[in-house]
Design a protein around this ligand. Sequence first.
Ligand SMILES: Cc1cc2nc3c(=O)[nH]c(=O)nc-3n(C[C@H](O)[C@H](O)[C@H](O)COP(=O)(O)OP(=O)(O)OC[C@H]3O[C@@H](n4cnc5c(N)ncnc54)[C@H](O)[C@@H]3O)c2cc1C
Length: 326
Amino acid sequence: MKSYDILIVGGGPIGIACALEAKKKGLNYVILEKGCIVNSLFNYPTNMQFFSTSEKLEIDNIPFISKENKPKKADALEYYRRIVSSNDINIQLFEKVTQITSKENVFSITSEKRSYEANHVIIATGFYDIPKKIDIPGEDLPKVSHYYRDPHFYANQEVAVVGASNSAVDAALECYRKGAHVTMVIRGPEVGKRVKYWVRPDIINRIEEGSIKAFFNTTVKEVKKDKLILNTPEGEKIINNDFVLALTGYKPNFSFLREIGIKLSDDDKLLPQYNPDTMETNISNLYLAGVICGGTETHKWFIENSRIHAKMIIDNILSKTSVKNV
Ligand SMILES: Cc1cc2nc3c(=O)[nH]c(=O)nc-3n(C[C@H](O)[C@H](O)[C@H](O)COP(=O)(O)OP(=O)(O)OC[C@H]3O[C@@H](n4cnc5c(N)ncnc54)[C@H](O)[C@@H]3O)c2cc1C
């Protein structure tokens, strides 16, 4: 069985930042990643543009050069992949971690492929794997997707976009511009306040001119094969529908955290317990890094403000006697 000082679960930007920091400090480490390098980013919409400027997405001060001020998904894939290859980061891809237990200060980690031991574990599994379901009849029909990729697919189709956040607004605008007939179904009275400041006027104007239809204060009651039943303030409405993009957000894998033994807050935020100075959880030598720290408040942490976790964690590990002499 392979043994490491540090085992990192998740090869997103923050898991990679932790690996760079561990390597710099001479600790032996491995990342186990269930998909490809920066798997969440790979699954973002094809034309997605970050709200952060490229220098805010840099890890370990490695320059992120992009032509535009705010890089696109493709730029970020290039950036993080080149970091992994040029720094010879020890990462095992397409290897999902299924179980973590600890005994006498040693962690046993089981993946879908093999078992490992480690003195320290960093969980950097993000939040993009589990969609927040609307929980309505018909949600499992194949025409409903909780992820949006590319507008071309939806040309000439009746597309309902559920949600009013950045993802929903980007999808609605892109699909409309590629010839889809778009209807937004928005639970609240307006387009989300956190929508990128340069995009919000665009969607508001398209709705006002009627190019994109929008139902406010409305929820979806049921998805049918070629219709959608809505609960609007004026009562039930039935609209024609070919595809539903239910972009209502994502959540961390809370059962994974619970199974490991990480305590979550009792309220609906489900905040995992950790020391904000060291990122160590209620389990000694087990750390959280990146967006996973936010519980259901997935907008609180992002690359920009969580890349610092890497240094905090590795500094804390080094301050412990067990690895002082590596
Ligand atoms: C559309 C969109 C736009 C965004 N724009 C910005 C922006 O402009 N600026 C910004 O700072 N942030 C932005 N974010 C947020 C940012 O992408 C995330 O905060 C960031 O990806 C967090 O990095 P992470 O490494 O913590 O998690 P992730 O990038 O989600 O990485 C987690 C990794 O863990 C892997 N994993 C999960 N479970 C397991 C398991 N059991 N075993 C092994 N591997 C596992 C996943 O496959 C994934 O690769 C955006 C997010 C979205 C959705």
